[in-house]
Design a protein around this ligand. Structure first.
Ligand SMILES: Cc1cc2nc3c(=O)[nH]c(=O)nc-3n(C[C@H](O)[C@H](O)[C@H](O)COP(=O)(O)O)c2cc1C
Length: 215
């Protein structure tokens, strides 16, 4: 059993990456082999709309673009579960995560009437999203909108999807160094100490569930 996590954020030791690591630890505890891919380390683009994956007689379900993502997509095709993670930037997942999803998902969507999935077997997927805003503001601003689309598309293409939304994250190593007067530093520090460990546990539990068969 192989579980791959994709960090769509630029920081390798902060909220999103830490949560993904916990998810992989949960999977590893169930006996899975795990891999964490930091997308910002790779040079790639989003889908180029070449439609090679849709040409008649072509090798379907495979992206024809050759860049750093090509071997990563090949490993994803063999994986037994996938987990994506991203900070929310201006109400969306990062551009790197979106570009990755275009290349990962689009080749598996047949352009037939039913939008049949070409992914060969059902696997579990999950998404972990982190927000600087608190839960009320996330709802008010609609920052969680992309997750609904991910849920529908990834469940349809791969077989199953679940999400974890982590709000009100701690953003800086030292708030005194930054102009952040709109942030309640004491509240942020308290949340980091008291709530973030629970978020990490929730991520761990997701990782463990990724190893369950899709029913
Ligand atoms: C460019 C940029 C845009 C952001 N936009 C939003 C946003 O629209 N909504 C939000 O809740 N947080 C926003 N944030 C905050 C991050 O989503 C939040 O701090 C996140 O947890 C960072 O993840 P990381 O610690 O893994 O880097 C933004 C941060 C940056 C750097």
């Amino acid at each position: 059993m192989k579980v791959i996590a994709f960090n769509g954020g630029p920081r390798k030791t902060w909220n999103t990456a830490t949560l993904l690591e916990h998810a992989l630890q949960g999977a590893a505890a169930q006996g899975a082999e795990t891999e964490l891919v930091h997308l910002y380390d790779l040079a790639y683009t989003g889908c180029k709309s070449c439609f090679a994956c849709k040409r008649k007689g072509a090798r379907l379900a495979s992206c024809a673009v050759r860049d750093d993502l090509a071997p990563v997509l090949a490993r994803a095709a063999e994986a037994d579960a996938l987990v994506i993670g991203s900070p929310i930037y201006i109400g969306a997942t990062t551009g790197m995560l979106q570009s990755f999803l275009e290349r990962l998902v689009f080749p598996y969507i047949a352009y037939d009437a039913a939008h049949t999935t070409l992914f060969p077997r059902p696997i579990r997927t999950a998404g972990i999203y982190t927000f600087g805003a608190d839960e009320a503001r996330v709802k008010q601003m609609g920052f969680d909108a992309p997750i609904n689309v991910h849920g529908r598309v990834l469940a349809r293409v791969f077989g199953a999807f679940e999400s974890l939304l982590v709000t009100d994250t701690y953003q800086f190593d030292d708030y005194t160094k930054y102009e952040a007067s709109g942030h309640d530093v004491m509240h942020k520090a308290q949340r980091r100490q008291e709530v973030f460990p629970q978020d990490c546990q929730a991520a761990y539990a997701i990782g463990a569930r990724l190893c369950d068969p899709v029913v």
